[in-house]
Design a protein around this ligand. Structure first.
Ligand SMILES: [Zn+2]
Ligand SMILES: [Zn+2]
Length: 338
């Protein structure tokens, strides 16, 4: 049966076309019947004009998918039809100098499902078995759909040694910032303080029960974080990507900063003196190195329910509307249902 899918044409354009569903091509392939796929900040960047993230025109985008295995190639041993799976979307080469050092996230020859090859904003996905992780069907679909962004946050958190009770300040209360907040709460953080400029996001953080949500346009955030924590945050996360100066102000002496957001065209100033004088430790953290097994275990253990971030569920035909809702910050996380 033919299916209708949105094809990315470049310049922010999605064109709906009818196609034959993908079939097994190699013995490592798996065919997945997609149940739902989350809209990611990366998708907003791909669809921005001019684009803020590269994607190959002619492909189906979408990488935060969950679905049911429909067919497997002859060499696939880890999965069988009927299994529920989630997607680890970066396909590393296994051969470059970084892959051979175990630094897969720095692979220089990777492909990405939903960016360079067909993704999951479609009823049917073909992916190599190694990109798919089996997840217990008892995990609610919408929690499973947040596997990929959750894995990125988990991978970043792993970088900065953490002790239960640590006070954490997170700059950016969008979906990623709030995933950090949920994870740190699961880990037993002391206070969790969110910073943003958007009232919608700050209200959302507050409704999730975070300890404080500071509007940086109205508050002297470093002074307020100091007042709340005594010394400043033990750990600061920049989930935005250009907030290093603010992060340095929020951290206590000897504190740690996780630089997570990606803003390739921004060049924020850096207060190097403060970093040295106050013994701050900075961690650059890109997507995460092997965070997938633990992310599955967290979700299967029901230790975290990231679906609390999902505000809208839309059909595939309304992908553009979903993107617009997120772009204009009238939605937190939008899931596309197939
Ligand atoms: Zn994503
Ligand atoms: Zn590689």
């Amino acid at each position: 049966m033919r299916e209708t899918v949105p094809i990315f044409r470049g310049d922010g354009v999605l064109e709906y076309v009818e196609r034959q569903p993908p079939e097994l091509q190699t013995d490592d392939d798996v065919i997945v019947r997609v149940e739902a796929c989350g809209i990611c900040g990366t998708d907003l960047n791909i669809l921005a004009t001019p684009p803020a993230h590269k994607a190959t025109p002619g492909i189906v985008i979408g990488h935060e998918g969950v679905g049911i295995v429909e067919a497997v190639g002859l060499d696939v041993k880890s999965l069988q039809p009927g299994d529920r799976v989630v997607i680890a979307n970066r396909l590393t080469c296994g051969q470059c100098a970084y892959c051979r050092r175990g630094l897969d996230n720095q692979c220089t020859h990777y492909q990405t499902i939903g960016t360079t090859i067909d993704g999951a904003f479609a009823p049917t996905l073909r992916a190599p078995a190694r990109a798919l992780w089996k997840i217990d069907p008892a995990v609610p679909r919408d929690d499973a759909a947040l596997f990929e962004p959750l894995s990125c946050a988990l991978g970043a958190i792993k970088r900065a040694p953490f002790q239960p009770g640590d006070n954490v300040a997170i700059i950016g209360a969008g979906p990623m910032g709030l995933l950090f907040a949920l994870l740190y709460r699961t880990l037993g953080a002391g206070q969790i303080i969110l910073l943003d400029v958007a009232p919608y996001r700050l209200d959302f953080a507050q409704e999730l029960g975070m300890d404080a949500a500071l509007n940086v346009t109205q508050t002297d955030a470093p002074a307020e974080v100091k007042r709340l924590t005594g010394l400043g945050a033990d750990i600061v996360v920049d989930a935005v990507g250009n907030q290093i100066e603010q992060a340095v102000r929020l951290a206590r002496r000897g504190g740690q900063i996780i630089l997570f957001g990606l803003r390739p065209h921004d060049h924020p100033p850096v207060n190097q003196y403060t970093i040295t004088r106050y013994d701050l430790t900075l961690h650059g953290a890109f997507v995460g190195l092997h965070p997938f097994a633990q992310t599955i275990q967290l979700l299967e253990g029901r230790r975290i329910q990231p679906s609390v971030l999902v505000t809208h569920r839309l059909p595939l035909a309304e992908l553009s509307q979903g993107v617009e809702l997120m772009r204009t910050q009238r939605a937190m996380k939008v899931l596309i249902e197939m």
